[in-house]
Design a protein around this ligand. Structure first.
Ligand code: NDP
Length: 255
């Protein structure tokens, strides 16, 4: 049974993994046997995160690049081609939040949030899938959605549009790539304790609302997403395609 979830011999790129959910997922996949490539916007923090995993005896390396920069993403994949590194698993995790009512929102802020949370998943997965299809080896694409893939909240319009887009982009990837043995699925995390949500945790009213609106009555922890990520990255999900799995403590169930 454990071999179903074994990621030995697989290489996984996890975008936005210098900290937060991405770091927890990188650590989890590495503990399941994968070689992991960490990413973020800064060389120093990405290198430090990779070192934290390597110090545990895990197979980790880092590469900083901006996931919204098509040329930078292409250059990273070209370098891995040159080095003989084949990406078998991609987790499109990099994301940002920006809170403002729609009527006050500048187009540039809308664009930045859409580019980082949605367009980047297309740019990165496209590079990976081209190679998976050419190799004939198949692969795994895991896109990180959100509760806002399903339910809208005030002041996070572009984030909501982007994460709703992630759900449908995941289905579009399945429609085109499933025949090449690529499984594209998404994870929709609930309210998870990371830097992104620190302003919400510090807001006592919001913190109380998160607890009272969730049947689990608490925030989630990044490591609670690892089981779903390993499942979707492994042979255990070989006939699961185009799905989004919510890991939210039951929040959507009682909406
Ligand atoms: P954090 O803010 O803690 O971390 C975000 C990571 O993304 C950082 O490593 C950051 O890099 C990286 N990143 C941001 N922009 C870029 C970019 N242009 N190129 C490369 N890397 C980038 O976020 P979380 O861990 O909380 O969130 C991770 C994902 O999970 C996001 O997609 C988010 O939308 C999603 N999510 C989070 C939830 C939560 O409750 N926390 C709930 C639902 C979904 P750097 O370190 O260099 O800044």
């Amino acid at each position: 049974m454990t071999s179903l979830f074994d990621l030995s011999g697989r290489t996984a790129l996890i975008t936005g993994s210098a900290r937060g959910i991405g770091f927890a997922l990188a650590e989890g996949l590495a503990l399941a046997g994968a070689r992991v490539i960490l990413n973020g916007t800064r060389d120093d923090t990405v290198a430090a995160a990779a070192r934290r995993l390597a110090d545990q005896g895990l197979d980790a390396r880092g590469r900083a690049f901006d996931v919204t920069d098509e040329q930078a993403v292409a250059a990273a994949f070209a370098q891995w081609d040159h080095d003989g590194v084949q990406i078998d698993i991609v987790i499109n995790n990099a994301g940002i939040q920006f809170r403002k009512p729609l009527v006050e929102l500048q187009l540039s802020d809308w664009q930045r949030v859409i580019d980082t949370n949605l367009t980047s998943a297309f740019i990165v997965a496209r590079e990976a899938a081209r190679r998976m299809i050419a190799r004939g080896t198949g692969g795994k694409i895991i896109n990180i959605g959100s509760l806002t893939s399903e339910a809208a909240r005030a002041t996070v319009g572009p984030y909501t549009a982007a994460k709703g887009g992630i759900k449908m982009l995941t289905r579009a990837m399945s429609a085109e790539w499933a025949a090449s043995n690529i499984q594209a699925n998404a994870i929709g995390p609930g309210y998870i304790l990371t830097d992104m949500n620190q302003p919400l945790v510090d807001n006592l009213t919001f913190d109380a609302w998160v607890r009272s609106s969730n049947p689990s009555q608490r925030w989630g922890k990044p490591e609670e997403l690892v089981g779903t990520a390993v499942y979707l990255a492994s042979a255990a999900s070989s006939y699961v395609n185009g799905q989004i799995i919510y890991v939210d403590g039951g929040w959507l169930a009682v909406l």
